[in-house]
Design a protein around this ligand. Structure first.
Ligand code: MN
Length: 253
């Protein structure tokens, strides 16, 4: 580990970082700014501090079985511990080779066109999954309230119309990818991206700041739902953590 990384790690350790339901509240800040894990530089609160490279796997903000019966325990174990870990490991390898270990995850995504395919795929994989875990919780679902609910209704007509449009984005994404609700120029929009691309990538056809995302890769649902992606999407609505969505919406606006 080089000196810069050691210094950064020491700095991060000194921050009194609390992990609350996947959101970090940094006591080092003078205001009550709550930032999602995926916006942070890697460090405290991560599971794999021995990884060679700047990025680490964030801990799930709940138990593997917390999302049962909608998403089963084994899917969560494999999805988080194997798939997400692989994105982190491969990203560390790719940024080390590219001598880009001091670039933030967000900047790697935003400038994806300037980096290798390996960085694009694995930075996207790390960003998307880090966000995804915080967008679900046990006892989630229902309908949002407040500003984000108002924006959904004024943009899409009703909450049900919004769900229908989001479901279509997920169902019709051919092969592997993600469905998204984003804020773009202050307005909500729904779309999807292939593979591990995301709407903050400069090379993405669909752009914006994501505030809700759904993983529609087969690895996200195949053990329980096999080929029935629509059943997985229907069940997933019971898990949506609207508190996270509301915070992301407030930040994105
Ligand atoms: Mn996934």
């Amino acid at each position: 580990m080089n000196k810069l990384s050691d210094n950064r790690r020491d700095f991060l350790k000194k921050l009194a970082v609390l992990t609350i339901a996947g959101l970090k509240v940094s006591a080092a800040k003078s205001t009550d700014i709550i930032e999602p894990v995926y916006r942070e530089r890697p460090g405290a609160g991560a599971m794999n501090n021995d990884a060679t490279g700047p990025f680490t796997l964030p801990a799930l903000p709940y138990a593997y079985e917390a999302l049962e019966p909608h998403i089963d325990k084994m899917t969560m174990q494999i999805h988080h511990d194997k798939h997400h870990q692989a994105y982190v490991d491969n990203l560390n390898k790719a940024v080390t080779e590219a001598k880009a270990t001091d670039v933030s995850l967000e900047d790697l995504c935003k400038n994806a066109s300037k980096y290798s395919k390996a960085i694009r795929n694995n930075a996207g994989g790390h960003y998307n999954h880090s966000m995804f875990w915080t967008l679900m919780k046990q006892g989630g679902g229902g309908e949002p309230t407040g500003a984000v609910a108002d924006a959904i209704k004024s943009t899409f007509g009703s909450f049900d119309d919004f769900k229908t449009k989001f479901n279509e984005a997920g169902k019709t994404r051919f092969g592997s990818g993600w469905a998204w609700l984003v804020v773009n120029n202050g307005k909500l929009d729904i779309g999807s991206t292939p593979n591990q691309d995301n709407p903050i990538m400069d090379l993405s056809d669909f752009k914006g700041t994501p505030i809700l995302g759904l993983d529609v890769w087969e690895h996200a649902y195949y053990l329980k739902y096999q080929n029935k992606r629509p059943d997985y999407i229907t069940a997933w609505w019971n898990l949506v953590n609207w508190d996270t969505v509301a915070k992301l919406y407030a930040t994105a606006k």
